[in-house]
Every structure is written in C-alpha cells, then in structure tokens.
Write a protein that binds this ligand. Structure first.
Ligand code: FE
Length: 194
C-alpha cells in the first residue's frame, strides 16, 4: 500500500523558502517555483479531506502556509458547482495549479484609456496539473470559475504575500474598481517535517 504524501506540503514550503532565500526574482519564481508547484499538484493525496469540502454559498480559500516574513503564502481554493470569483486583480505574483476538477479562467486587460472598460482577453480552462501565472508585470486581472457544472474543483495557490492581508481590486462590468480582500475560510498551519 502506498503511503499518502503527507510530507508533500512541507517539502514544497521548504524548497520554496530555499528558492526565495537564493534571491530568486519573479522570472526565477515563475520558472523554478512553478516546477515545485507542479510536483506538489502531481497528486492530491496530501490535501486533508476537510479542506476540499465545498461551501454551498461561495468558493472558499483555506490557508495552508503563511511565510513568517510574508514573502509568500500557500492556499487551497475550493469551488462548488457553478461558483466563481468576480473580476479581480492580485497586485503580487501568483501561481495557480489545479489539483482536482477543472477551472475556467477569463483574462482581462487594463482599459485602453483611463476610466474605460476592461478589455476582454483570452479564455482558457485548466485541468489537473495545469498552472496559471498572474502578476502585474504579465497580466493580473481575471475571473476564475469552476468549469464543472456538477463537480468540485480544487486549486492550490501560491502568492507573493499573504493574499488575505492584501487589499486588491475587484471590477464591475464597466471596469470600475472596488477595494476588496478575500479572507481565509480556515487556517491550517501544518507541522513542519524534520
Ligand atoms: Fe485570481
């Protein structure tokens, strides 16, 4: 019988701390940190079942790890059928890797002129193992939803900060920005291995 990869998250966190400690810039994070995230989401046996339960009212974000220096955070986002975010930005770099299910991502560009509407961009779907990147430098505005009408989707998010402590923007159809924060539904701070 194979044992669940209970050390997968601490191993990821340790390797990510090493990467940031080496002075990695955003390009290196998106290259080498993405590779680490790919390993983490390669199987999903490590995620506690309680953190993969959907809420009937809204998607949920569970904190899995907060870097004490707030250089990065790791969280799990759980989507029930039909659930999705408003159009929003992040203001920091972020990597989103799908663990289960399927997610739909609609990208938006900044208005061509100040005060104008957001410009609709590409739409794509992410399957388990796929990773999306966001950052002000490469495109930071999107709307994400569960692409499954009858199933639960789960993604693992790594951000360049404690995302629930960052005030960012959500946007209405006309492109008007409103400040918002997305609080964690729960905070799991796992024991570090070794
Ligand atoms: Fe997002």
């Amino acid at each position: 019988m194979s044992s669940p990869r209970i050390d997968a998250l601490p191993a990821f966190v340790g390797a990510f701390e090493q990467l940031l400690g080496s002075g990695a810039d955003e390009a290196a994070i998106f290259r080498d940190g993405r590779a680490l995230l790919a390993v983490l989401i390669a199987d999903d046996a490590w995620l506690p079942a309680a953190l993969a339960e959907p809420d009937p009212d809204s998607y949920r974000i569970h904190l899995l790890h907060a870097d004490p220096a707030r250089r990065f955070s790791v969280s799990a986002m759980v989507w029930g059928p039909g659930q999705g975010t408003p159009i929003h930005d992040h203001t920091v770099w972020g990597m989103v890797g799908v663990l289960r299910g399927r997610e739909r991502c609609e990208e938006f560009g900044l208005p061509a002129m100040p005060g104008g509407p957001l410009r609709p961009g590409p739409v794509h779907e992410l399957a388990p193992g796929d990773i999306d990147l966001v950052a002000p430098s490469i495109g930071d505005i999107h709307r994400v939803s569960n692409a499954l009408a009858d199933g639960v989707s789960v993604s693992i998010h790594v951000y360049g900060g404690d995302i629930a402590a960052i005030t960012r923007s959500r946007f209405d159809a006309a492109g008007r920005a409103t400040p918002f924060v997305s609080p964690y539904a729960s905070c799991l701070l796992p024991e570090r291995a070794g």
